[in-house]
Design a protein around this ligand. Structure first.
Ligand SMILES: [Mn+2]
Length: 341
């Protein structure tokens, strides 16, 4: 099976080393692959920015950026395969282009797409995480350089939120407020020795000062470290066990005032597994799809970037039910983020 897709890159590097390919040759080759990868995103973003402006422009256009990275998962690596399947479901002929609140996603001023960062190609070239995370940040900044594009990142496992949020905050010049929907707080200092683990991304984000407020919603798998880390960083953790009491507040959020805006991070496993089977970690007792839509539809704030992560196609039903769920999350976030003229 392809569950350990990402180990390949490491093996390639070991073989290159064992075959006595000189280190400077490997490094130069890696640099060329990285340059080509970022050139693809830069040129795609430039073209899509030109298209949006030529069509009359927008104050904000949400732009898909796929980051097919799954190897920082502590369990299954299937999210590496998610972005193309989410795209396929976004444009599935079984539904139309209107979002629930009436935005048309087939208008490029509402939704555009710069493609996938070639993560696996760089891993094949032996590029390791310290550098890969910087490259993810660079790709996000390349999208943001093309006004009025705003990144809507398709994961990938949740580790990508750290380099994405970091890039957004650095580019905008200050912290954002984060609405984080998830069964898990993903705030371990590190997990199994991996500081880039998908279970640690929000520890890195809070340490970096990239968020003023972090609201975690849907939480139902949290241990002592998760609570202690939450307290240490001043995280507002809304657990499912009190959701009926918190619902009114969470369905009327106003965020992002006095900072650079709002970032939304949606782990598909925030949903109850009854609604979303295609995830790595089944955690019963979660949000309904309508709960999530109510939170998103009523959120007041300027959404500057977002991600939808942890959809695992290798756990989905044969007819791709969770791909449709992830796609609808992307469509509805798109509708809240974009501001066509
Ligand atoms: Mn999760």
């Amino acid at each position: 099976m392809m569950q350990h897709v990402a180990r390949r890159g490491i093996h390639q590097l070991q073989r290159l080393n064992a075959a006595k390919v000189p280190a400077d040759v490997i490094e130069k080759g890696q640099n060329r692959v990285i340059d080509a990868s970022l050139t693809l995103i830069r040129e795609s973003a430039k073209l899509k920015g030109e298209l949006v402006r030529a069509l009359g422009g927008a104050k904000a256009t949400s732009s898909l950026l796929g980051v097919p990275l799954g190897h920082n998962s502590s369990f299954l690596e299937g999210p590496a395969f998610a972005p193309p399947l989410i795209r396929e479901a976004i444009w599935c002929g079984s539904t139309n282009a209107s979002t629930e609140q009436g935005k048309e996603i087939d208008d490029p001023r509402v939704l555009t797409d710069v493609g996938d960062l070639p993560v696996q190609e760089m891993r094949e070239a032996g590029v390791m995480d310290d550098r890969l995370m910087d490259i993810v940040s660079d790709s996000v900044k390349l999208v943001m350089e093309q006004e009025p594009l705003r990144p809507l990142v398709l994961g990938g496992d949740h580790s990508i939120s750290y380099p994405v949020v970091r890039a957004v905050s650095e580019k905008l010049g200050g912290p954002v407020d984060i609405l984080h929907l998830d069964a898990h707080p993903d705030i371990y200092h590190e997990f199994e020795g991996n500081k880039y683990s998908h279970a640690s991304s929000f520890a890195r984000i809070m340490e970096g000062g990239y968020a003023r407020r972090l609201l975690q919603v849907g939480i139902r798998s949290i241990n002592r470290e998760g609570r202690e880390q939450g307290k240490k960083f001043g995280v507002e953790q809304y657990e499912m066990r009190t959701f009926s009491k918190d619902r009114h507040y969470l369905e009327n959020l106003k965020l992002g005032e006095g900072v650079k805006g709002v970032y939304i991070s949606i782990d598909v496993d925030c949903l109850d597994p009854a609604f979303a089977h295609g995830v790595s970690h089944f955690e019963p007792g979660g949000l309904s799809f309508r709960d999530v839509l109510n939170i998103l539809h009523n959120l007041q704030g300027d959404i500057v970037a977002a991600d939808v992560v942890e959809f695992n196609p290798q756990r989905d039903t044969a007819d791709g039910m969770t791909a449709m769920v992830a796609a609808k999350l992307v469509r509805e976030v798109t509708a809240r983020m974009s501001k066509p003229n």
